[in-house]
Design a protein around this ligand. Structure first.
Ligand code: FAD
Length: 480
């Protein structure tokens, strides 16, 4: 170790100072620390971020720069191919150590491998640590030695004898001299013409401090009752931590240990903590899947779905994207997504099922739309969840389980509060009609709604759509 040396911490999906093993390794080396973020849109196979995620990233980088600045550590921003930029920056900084946290995507890993080889050949030490997950991908194995095939066997294997360690404090940092840096504003990550991000700005505050505050608020007000309440989009029982976890402004370990501590302290019932822990493990499962199946976002995990007779209908896809299907719970979800960059999990399942089953449109179309519009758009979670709903995924919901959007709405948004928030044209419609406004078109006019003029007629009839979906599924099975 050279006390006078410089260490580069290469930030990626881990935009935080606390519980960041790569940053901790750089600091513990005793070197002066330089921080680097590369907006890599050029490396082969690395998927460019969607619009909402880019908006989030801008806020997150601003927050990270300010936090690092308080510790005297400069953040260098560069745009381009990471395989070229990281070694260049290390050379310019005279660094003899580069630290970064591990990533799950295959293309990202190829970039990391190339960077590590390049740096090692130049005599630079490379530290690769685990910061984005609780368990290193590939490390959770079933009895046969491979990835467990079902979520429950995955979780059993993962928690057995686990040691996820303790959270790491913000390390004591000694900043290196700054290097030339791109101007974040010139990256133009946020939309201007048109500026569609107004709803995102009023809903979210990216950054590590906001992530901590969100976790605290959830522990105080959401976690107790999570087990039941997590299915209710009209309530506030979910954590809304997903974009913070996606960009690593908080670590899964910080979140899990805080939830377990609340359970141990007796402030939250054990069953709510267990349910929340399971959701964090769905995230682990998805990342393990992505590691095992790099083209998870394109290829059906179950090959039988390759013969599925999906329709191609850009007009229907557009109605779904715009929240104009005529099914209020579906439209509310799609509009929540467009306005705020986020959608409640129960409603994600309903809208995804509607796309794949009622409209028979390929799950990949939905995955792409979510990728562009979610602030938490995540390669592993998004692809694995879409395949789960479509029925083509690992341990997926069977295809023949087709959500009835009316019953789902009546069960999980019984007063219609959620629908009224995002479909204001139905705001005066009573609860008994709100999930099926077409059932009493004349009565609707009393509440100022004429179907087909103020709110669309349903684009498909549920029973007919269900039968068509089941026939399509049978056809697939015959082709096996
Ligand atoms: P909470 O209920 O508070 O859960 C805590 C955390 O656990 C979440 O922040 C998330 O990191 C993780 N988690 C919860 N549910 C799941 C799940 N089913 N799969 C994987 N991780 C989970 N999640 C994303 O983070 N990014 C995506 O791009 C994404 N796309 C999805 C697409 C579809 C079609 C569906 C059905 C689900 C998708 N999810 C995705 C999973 C889930 O809907 C979100 O993680 C969750 O709604 C985020 O809200 P929350 O933070 O309040 O969740």
């Amino acid at each position: 170790m050279s006390a006078a040396g410089t260490a580069v911490i290469w930030f990626r999906d881990d935009l935080r100072l606390a519980d960041n093993p790569a940053l901790a390794a750089a600091a513990a080396s005793g070197r002066r620390v330089l921080a680097l973020y590369v907006l890599d849109e050029d490396s082969p196979g690395v998927r460019a971020l969607g619009g909402a995620a880019l908006w989030w990233l801008a806020g997150s980088l601003r927050a990270l720069k300010a936090e690092l600045g308080q510790h005297g550590v400069p953040l260098v921003l560069r745009r381009g191919e990471a395989g070229r930029i990281v070694p260049d920056v290390a050379r310019a900084a005279g660094a003899d150590l580069v630290a970064f946290n591990w990533r799950a995507g295959k293309a990202e890993q190829a970039v990391d491998e190339a960077v590590a080889r390049h740096l090692s050949a130049a005599g630079v030490t490379v530290e690769r640590t685990l910061g984005h997950l609780l368990h290193a991908p590939g490390s959770v194995r079933g009895t046969g030695g491979g990835l467990p095939r079902t979520f429950s066997s995955f979780m059993r294997a993962a928690v057995k004898g686990r040691d996820i360690g303790r959270t790491l404090p913000v390390p004591r940092l000694n900043g290196a001299a700054p290097l030339p840096c791109d101007d974040l504003e010139e990256w133009a990550l946020e939309p201007t013409q048109p500026d569609w991000a107004g709803g995102l700005r009023t809903t979210w505050h990216p950054g590590e401090a906001a992530a901590r505050a969100r976790l605290e608020a959830f522990l105080a007000d959401g976690l107790a009752g999570y087990g039941e309440g997590r299915d209710r989009p009209d309530q506030t029982h979910v954590s809304r931590l997903s974009p913070y976890l996606r960009f690593g402004e908080i670590s899964p370990r910080q979140v899990l240990l805080a939830a377990l501590a609340a359970g141990d302290a007796g402030t939250v019932p054990a069953k709510d903590v267990q349910k929340f822990e399971a959701e964090l493990y769905w995230r682990e499962f998805s990342h393990h899947l992505l590691f095992a199946v790099p083209d998870l976002a394109r290829r059906n995990l179950q090959a039988s779905f390759d013969a599925f007779p999906w329709r191609e209908c850009p007009g229907d896809l557009k109605k779904w994207q715009k929240g104009r299907t005529g099914y209020p719970i579906v439209d509310a979800g799609m509009r929540q997504l467009w306005q705020t960059g986020w959608m409640h999990n129960r409603v994600r399942m309903i809208v995804a099922s509607f796309l794949c089953k009622h409209l028979l449109l390929p799950w990949q179309d939905g995955e792409l739309w979510f990728w562009d519009t979610l602030v938490d758009a995540d390669l592993a979670n998004n692809a694995a969840s879409w395949q789960w709903v479509a029925g083509s995924g690992a341990d997926a919901a069977p295809y023949f389980r087709i959500f009835n959007p009316v019953l789902q709405g009546e069960k999980f948004d019984p007063e219609g509060t959620y629908v009224r928030t995002y479909v204001p044209e139905l705001k005066d419609v009573p609860a008994r009609l709100i999930h099926q406004p077409w059932s009493a078109p004349l009565e609707l006019t009393r509440y100022g709604v004429r179907l087909g003029r103020d709110y669309p007629e349903p684009m498909v009839e549920h029973g007919a759509a269900r039968d068509r979906a089941l026939r399509a599924f049978e056809h697939t099975r015959k082709d096996l």
